[in-house]
Write a protein that binds this ligand. Structure first.
Ligand code: PLP
Length: 363
């Protein structure tokens, strides 16, 4: 309710200098949505390509796109790809509800809010695992019923902006193996954490190399900036080639029933190439600028988490009361838990944002 009110307030707020840090979408340095140059170029090519039409795609989507998606997350030289132990099925972006109903799914606490609805509505029992503290995360993994599904953010965890270290991922994988859990990766920000697609795929590739069967829900909303095109892929790694064939056929049945046929436009765009570094670098710069201004203002507290966190979001640590004041007094909007979208900051508003934080922290 509070969240809905906050959105209403944001839209009603006429202040020309209001700052919206609640939105999970990239903004350029002028605070405007950005169409990636590569997307612009591909759109032009699509307009003039005489071979394209508006026929239905296959039920599992555009095969060149789903194969490219598998390569992007698993690595072009992945053994699973060489051994044909993988498949990709196009999805309506985000996390597709495509697993066995009735199973228990564990999602992180905190997580992207929609995980609750997606898995709940799909008939899963949804439970949470503690995320912040590795010790309690391991404890949750160990005490969950064997064979549970664990939803893991592949990189740039939303909302915390804190990812496990490689050592911690190894530990997580070891417990998942021991408990026979099933790893389901949600990968909505590949390229956003480090600017490198390969680095951001480290955890997924580690699991595949360690012999796991996995599901990876890949979204292209953020890293290609094509939010409304609903472009995503469910990439699955199996143990054998035959299993990959069987799983593809099952997922086609599910796709047929839930979406009938996947949309083509976004998949054709992603088919082209990537253009992520600009976005990742601007976000990293805004993290540095925020801390620089807070240091300059001698704002009480330690703000180093802003630069150590990664991805699009940052937990400021501001309280609900401070979030309320910063909204009412400074027209700065963020979620009630103090999470900000770094993409909402730019060279023109970062100082004002720091001053607003400085005020609420001191008062
Ligand atoms: N998963 C996570 C963790 C997200 O943060 C998001 C978007 O905010 C998504 C999935 C899915 O986004 P979309 O459905 O636009 O691809």
């Amino acid at each position: 309710m509070a969240q809905a009110d906050s959105k209403k307030d944001l839209h009603a707020d006429q202040d020309p200098n209001k700052i919206n840090l609640g939105i999970g979408a990239y903004r350029d340095n002028d605070g405007k949505p950005w169409i990636l140059p590569v997307v612009k170029k591909v759109k032009q090519n699509l307009l003039t390509d005489p071979t394209l039409n508006h026929e239905y795609l296959a039920i599992d989507g555009l095969r060149t796109f789903t194969d490219a998606s598998a390569k992007m997350i698993l690595g072009a030289d992945s053994r699973a790809i060489k051994e044909k132990r993988f498949l990709g099925v196009q999805q309506i972006s985000g996390t597709g509800a495509v697993l066995k109903k009735g199973a228990t799914v564990y999602i992180s606490d905190p997580t992207w809010g929609n995980h609750f609805q997606i898995f709940g509505d799909a008939g899963f029992t949804v439970k949470t695992y503690k995320y912040w503290n590795p010790a309690t995360l391991y404890y949750c993994l160990k005490t969950a019923d064997s064979g549970s599904i664990f939803v893991l953010h592949a990189c740039a965890h939303n909302p915390t902006g804190v990812d496990p270290t490689q050592e911690q991922w190894k530990q997580i994988a070891a417990i998942i193996k021991e408990k026979n859990h099933f790893p389901f990766f949600d990968c909505a920000y590949q390229g956003f954490a480090s600017g490198s697609l390969d680095k951001d795929a480290w955890a997924v590739r580690y699991f595949v190399d360690a012999g796991f069967e996995i599901f990876v829900a890949q979204s292209y909303s953020k890293n290609f900036g094509i939010y409304s095109e609903r472009c995503g892929c469910l990439t699955v790694v199996t143990s054998t080639e035959q299993q990959a064939i069987n799983v593809r056929s099952q997922l086609c049945r599910l796709n047929r029933a839930s979406i009938s046929n996947p949309p083509a436009y976004g998949a054709r765009i992603v088919n082209a190439e990537d253009n992520l570094r600009t976005m990742a670098n601007r976000i990293i710069k805004m993290r540095e600028e925020t801390v620089r201004h807070l240091t300059d203002l001698k704002t009480p507290g330690n703000w180093s988490h802003i630069t150590s966190q990664i991805g699009m979001f940052s937990y400021t640590g501001l309280t609900v009361a401070q979030v309320k004041v910063i909204k009412e007094k400074f027209h700065v909007y963020m979620t009630d838990n103090g999470r900000i979208s770094m993409a909402g900051l730019n060279e023109n508003n970062v100082r004002r944002f720091a001053e607003a934080v400085d005020y609420v922290v001191r008062n």
